[in-house]
Ligand binder design. Structure first.
Ligand SMILES: [Zn+2]
Ligand SMILES: [Zn+2]
Length: 138
């Protein structure tokens, strides 16, 4: 908990129990939950926390770059407590989202700069396919 207090102080964020709960939850999972999943997961411990509060906490956390917003094209955002640039893979059958470890596409930023007039700052790379469980089922 002290660790979170420190991190929030560095980002000059007001320590609210809701923000800490949302951040802590995202740091504890690799499942890239949506706001609704986070809301449901925190219901038991924080029964008075509304979905709107979860959204507000997420917005603030994304703004100070403690949380990454990812969009695999589902119409809702997913959230990631890992803000290091990393690619994701999305199962089109069960909709899980996993990190792809051990490969980064940051080198593409320079490459793309040569193909556009843009000063490229970041990129998001998503891959789509069937996860191991769904492959077995089919
Ligand atoms: Zn799957
Ligand atoms: Zn991730």
């Amino acid at each position: 908990m002290d660790n979170f207090t420190q991190i929030f102080k560095e980002k000059k964020l007001k320590l609210t129990p809701q923000r800490i709960a949302v951040y802590k939850y995202l740091k504890s999972t690799k499942e890239h939950p949506s706001a609704e999943t986070i809301y449901n997961a925190l219901q038991e411990e924080y029964p008075t926390m509304s979905l709107a509060t979860v959204y507000k906490a997420l917005k603030v956390l994304v703004e100070v770059n403690l949380v990454q917003e990812i969009n695999v094209g589902e119409g809702t955002f997913r959230y990631d407590g890992n803000v290091e640039p990393h690619p994701h893979v999305h199962c089109t059958n069960c909709f899980r989202v996993d990190d792809i470890e051990g490969i980064s596409f940051s080198f593409l930023n320079d490459e793309i700069r040569n193909h556009t007039n843009y000063n490229i700052l970041s990129n998001q790379v998503y891959f789509y396919g069937l996860c191991q469980d769904c492959t077995k089922e089919n």
